[in-house]
Design a protein around this ligand. Sequence first.
Ligand code: PEP
Length: 252
Amino acid sequence: MRKKIVAGNWKMNLTFNEAEDLLDEIVDLLENETIDAQVIVCPPYPYLEMASDIAKESNFFVGAQNISPFEAGAYTGEVSSSMLTSMEITHCIIGHSERRKYFNEDDKMLTAKINQSLEHKIIPIFCVGEALPEREAGDHFEVVRHQVRHGLFHLDTDEFEKVIIAYEPVWAIGTGVTASPEQAKEMHDYIRSLIAERYGKDIADKTIILYGGSCNSKNAKEIFAQEGVDGGLIGGASLIPEEFLAICKAAK
Ligand code: PEP
């Protein structure tokens, strides 16, 4: 039985004080509710320590939004996996479409990031998903197959088992257009079939695959109810405490 997970990706939003207020509100809301899902909050780097301190007194995990492909050394501006581990950061988003697009993160770089994160016991939340023209051309399965294979399938079984995958159709991210529950299920089933081919059915059945893309309190329940959809990676709605809580509650 796979656990449901809801992860909030704050992206590059909020001042320090706003981030502190949002974390306090999330703590209050989580305290007063029964949430079945595992909750992960991914704030910007400068707020990770605060979030990690607050999380110690609460029941959520803290993830980073990015990680260096390098181990350590003269890489100005980078943050390494071992730095994150030393701050008790447990997860990291890798391969988000915004990083692929704006920072030219390619398969080679993403593979290095995945390797770094696993080496330092950070659980990667690896994002895949097709752009609108790719879906319109009927290439969405091929695009996602390429991303999953080239990003993850070099891992051995022990390593792969630690990975969380997020299917995030690029056309649904921040657009207000959500994949239909059927479209989400279809792609999640497809990703699971690729995993089964590579690692076997048992591992495929254990792999957590999240949906991301304009998920909100109104559509989360139906999407998460699909067999094979194990929760969500939430952008915009994770900045609104009541919305985020409602999405967390919808994951059961
Ligand atoms: C995301 O950035 O991972 C995301 C899913 O964003 P949004 O929920 O805003 O579409």
